[in-house]
Design a protein around this ligand. Structure first.
Ligand SMILES: [Zn+2]
Length: 347
């Protein structure tokens, strides 16, 4: 018997509870990072490679994992706060069985740059996206209401759009078909309203609407989701549950009702591929598949490396049986813009 990275993550979370200080932190961090490890730890050991190749694995954590792999302990069932997350290595396995899914996916629809809380420029994200085989990316920096993430004012957004226009022109002239979709991740207040002037939003190709406040409320939040979907400027509901691995459970709602509303309005709900987030998860995505509304896959990358997490979102869609026709990322660039333009007509 060998252990999966998901099981190792749970053991690491338990280990973190047994310690204090640096060891507690190291185990907790490794537990979180294990979901993004590109290979199974067990496979690395079997191949005689060092576990320290994996992110957040130092000598002490490596020794713990080594011991567990040699003599696997019982793995407790994870609490809700750590349940239903998929490891990157396991996602990759799902996609090897269905290679055309990843090959035909055309782009990534959520990421951040130095215009808000991302690490690199738009151009550097483009370079990585091209290396990943994408045809386009949506650059979705935060808007002004989210000060903690350096949200953009209308003026800063206008500056970013000029930069993107120039970049798109440069690529067109150079014979590249790659395009950057002009977008934002707009901060949506609990009543469904956004934080940007309508004129500024009109200049965009795509708007994600996300909640970033009052995320620990336990009561049903259906109305809040309906408000987000009914916001005429919003096309995609970003990271719908707002859950975070081992940190926050996220919101809940009458999901079939929410997905039905998305279908009626021809809007999309996001599969957030970031390992810590993964909302919507497979269970909820099965309800999405049943409802038949549009789905968008985004990595929420804040640096180029995190764009590789797209595979987690793809695997979640495959496991839930979402039809490709319903996934925005399978549309060519022009069709994505046609879809959002058709929604803009209702503004
Ligand atoms: Zn967000």
């Amino acid at each position: 018997m060998s252990l999966t990275n998901e099981q190792i993550a749970e053991l690491l979370a338990g280990l973190s509870d047994e310690h204090e200080g640096n060891k507690q932190k190291a185990a907790r961090r490794a537990s979180r990072k294990a979901y993004g490890w590109p290979r199974e730890a067990a496979a690395l050991v079997e191949a005689g490679e060092s576990l320290k190749l994996l992110p957040a694995v130092g000598p002490w954590v490596a020794r713990q994992i080594q011991d567990w792999l040699e003599d696997p302990p019982e793995v407790p069932a994870p609490p809700a706060l750590r349940s239903d997350f998929m490891g990157m290595a396991s996602a990759r396995k799902t996609l090897t069985d269905e290679p055309s899914f990843r090959d035909e996916l055309r782009g990534d629809l959520q990421m951040h740059t130095t215009y808000s809380d991302g690490r690199v420029s738009v151009k550097e994200m483009v370079i990585e996206a091209i290396a990943l085989g994408h045809d386009y990316i949506a650059v979705t920096d935060h808007t002004k209401g989210l000060k903690i993430a350096g949200g953009m004012t209308e003026e800063v957004l206008a500056e970013q759009l000029r930069e993107i226009d120039a970049l798109n022109r440069e690529m067109e002239t150079g014979g590249s078909d790659f395009r950057v979709i002009k977008a934002v991740e707009m901060n949506i207040s609990p009543d469904g309203s956004g934080d940007m002037e309508a004129d500024a939003l009109d200049a965009l190709d795509l708007v994600l609407g996300s909640f970033h406040s009052k995320l620990r409320i336990k009561e049903d939040q259906t109305d809040r989701y309906l408000g987000n979907l009914r916001n005429p400027h919003v096309h995609i509901v970003g990271h719908p549950r707002c859950r975070i691995y081992n940190f926050r459970l996220g919101l809940w709602a009458d999901w079939p009702r929410v997905f039905e509303e998305a279908l009626q309005l021809d809007k999309a709900v996001e599969i957030n591929s970031f390992p810590d987030r993964q909302d919507l998860n497979v269970e909820l995505l099965k309800l999405v598949a049943e409802a038949g509304c549009r789905v968008s896959i985004g990595t929420d990358a804040h640096n180029p490396t995190e764009m590789h997490f797209i595979e987690i979102g793809c695997a979640a869609a495959v496991r839930a049986g979402i039809a490709r026709e319903r996934i925005v990322n399978f549309m060519p660039y022009d069709e994505v813009l046609e879809w959002t333009s058709s929604l803009k007509a209702n503004v």
